[in-house]
Design a protein around this ligand. Structure first.
Ligand code: ATP
Ligand code: MG
Length: 332
């Protein structure tokens, strides 16, 4: 049976790329398949997190899920560290994955930068924990942004090697589900880099909790180019900033880039940016308002995550037990 798993790190406040590339699509899959959405706190600490900020960020991601329309009676919502099986299967996969595979992970190279000697071992092993997150539920579909494609492919490699080494077909080969204009939302100050929670400058991203004035200011100051919008989408080629702003408009307004260009082709930035800001505020304000309301009651968020974790364990624990049996670990 089809089963969806995905997660977001509480490594800072939610940004627009997380919403458009991930959460909005999570909501679209709810009800169509069994859906499991995690706040992946074990992944967050692969880079240093202040403990209070980590707890606050975990509740913010959970509030983002709920405010966007995920329903704890229809989806399993929980934070990763409450289900110990993630860390346990992650260890087994550390012993399946090969160093050479990890060395090819572009996200590790980006995040480690020139400082690879001084990043955590966890940051290096992150993709094998992500494989455990997915395979612990025998998930068949993983909705993610384009930046996670390589990690989902690695998950398939780990599943295939485990199955081969232990002569089993226990782990399924998972499909990444990527697509639409929001697969890769770019940084507002540099159209060649993706928008991220952990990017240096706050001006490069729209945070889900930004107020209307801040959103308007960030779009106004967003990097663009001297040309007006083209008359057709082909004209966006080699114009990364223009393409990004059109993609954001399209994704937020449930349109295609073609439809956006049909409306705004030939318009200058002085017309398009305010229209984008107004539409974005109209779409995001109800979500951020609801997020703030939910975050005023942290105990309720914690309760929802705890109940979700109990449901997650019911699925995960038998799969972990079977894995231990296959590997030859005694349980009594
Ligand atoms: P960090 O900077 O800490 O890595 P992040 O913003 O990249 O944070 P993640 O928790 O790594 O967020 O990713 C959560 C989900 O959001 C993933 O599915 C990822 O592919 C998606 N995502 C992140 N950034 C973007 C983006 N700019 N465009 C589309 N999807 C994105
Ligand atoms: Mg990321």
């Amino acid at each position: 049976t089809p089963r969806v798993f995905s997660g977001i790190k509480p490594s800072g406040g939610l940004q627009l790329g997380n919403y458009l590339g991930a959460i909005k699509r999570f909501v679209g899959m709810q009800g169509e398949m069994e859906t499991i959405y995690c706040v992946v706190d074990l992944h967050a600490i692969t880079v240093w997190q202040d403990p209070q900020e980590l707890a606050r960020g975990t509740r913010e991601v959970a509030a983002g899920y709920l405010a966007a329309g995920l329903d704890p009676t229809k989806s399993i919502l929980f934070n990763q560290s409450q289900v110990a099986a993630h860390a346990e299967l992650g260890w087994i996969f550390n012993c399946v994955a090969r160093m050479g595979w990890m060395n090819r992970m572009t996200q590790f190279k980006d995040k480690a930068g020139k400082n690879a000697e001084n990043v955590s071992l966890g940051l290096y092993a992150y993709p094998s924990l992500m494989a455990a997150d997915i395979l612990l539920y025998h998930a068949t579909h993983v909705p993610v942004g384009e930046d996670q494609k390589q990690h989902v492919e690695l998950t398939r490699d780990i599943a295939a090697k485990f199955n081969h080494d232990y002569k089993t077909d226990f782990f399924p080969l998972t499909e990444p589900v990527i697509g639409g204009p929001a697969a890769r939302i770019m940084n507002l100050r540099d159209g060649t880099k993706k928008m991220s929670k952990s990017g240096e400058s706050d001006m490069e991203r729209i945070n889900m909790l930004d107020d209307a004035d801040t959103i308007a200011k960030k779009f106004k100051k967003a990097k663009s180019d001297p040309e007006p919008l083209p008359e057709n989408v082909e004209g966006l080629k080699d114009r990364p900033e223009a393409r990004n702003l059109v993609d954001i408009y399209a994704a937020l307004n449930d349109q295609t880039p073609e439809q956006v260009i049909a409306e705004f082709g030939g318009a200058g930035w002085g017309k398009f940016k305010p229209a984008l800001a107004d539409m974005a505020v109209a779409k995001l304000a109800p979500i951020s308002g609801e997020m703030k309301r939910l975050m005023d009651d942290p105990a309720e968020i914690d309760r929802i995550l705890g109940e979700g974790a109990a449901k997650a364990r019911e699925i995960a624990e038998p799969i972990l037990k079977k894995t231990y049996d296959i590997v030859g670990m005694l349980r009594s």
